[in-house]
Design a protein around this ligand. Structure first.
Ligand code: ZN
Length: 180
């Protein structure tokens, strides 16, 4: 950022007193502009044996498959956010169950939270951010065309748990800057 959102003056990058990291600090009013990780909420919507996936109509990863997920909004819970994203991207109403995957995506400055879910009715379709929305049997999942590592992790753990008849909470860290 170049200008203060409070007063419009120039900001400079420096470490404020008592802080440990460089921040954008206003040269006029002194406001410190913090940038913190964003929360992405999503779910694996189940319908019988099948799971619902969306083919992305937006960048990044245009044309790749994902579970319904997106940035949490102010004023909603993480479960409400996951249900809202599913309605927007897959035109599907879901019942949100337990949180089963927490993924630190350090390089993207995001935390991804994924729930198990079931379709309330069989209805779904392609929302504005999806090219196509489709139910997949486990053996049909297009693993080579999954949009994000966090989504691959969630789908793998979801299917493992279902096959084992258990409901666990899974966590992992993805940091492309460190593993590369
Ligand atoms: Zn200012």
């Amino acid at each position: 950022m170049n200008y203060c959102t409070e007063c419009g003056s120039r900001v400079e990058l420096r470490i404020p007193d008592g802080d440990g990291l460089p921040r954008h600090v206003c040269t006029a009013c002194g406001k410190v502009h913090y940038v913190n990780p964003l929360v992405v909420v999503g779910c694996v919507p189940e319908h019988g044996e099948e799971v619902l996936l969306c083919k992305r109509a937006i960048e990044p990863r245009y044309g790749y498959w994902t579970i319904p997920a997106g940035f949490m909004e102010i004023g909603e819970t993480i479960a409400q956010g996951a249900a809202r994203e599913t309605l927007e991207e897959a035109l599907a109403r879901v019942e949100i169950h337990d949180l089963f995957a927490v993924v630190d995506v350090v390089h993207a400055r995001q935390v991804h939270l994924m729930f198990r879910a079931t379709l309330r009715d069989g209805d779904f379709g392609a929302g504005e951010e999806s090219l196509e929305v489709k139910l997949f049997r486990p053996e049909e999942i297009p693993w080579d065309d999954i949009a994000f590592l966090s989504v691959r992790f969630a789908l793998e753990k979801f299917l493992e748990d279902r096959a084992a008849g258990v409901r666990r909470l899974h966590t992992t860290v993805i940091d492309r800057n460190r593993s590369a």
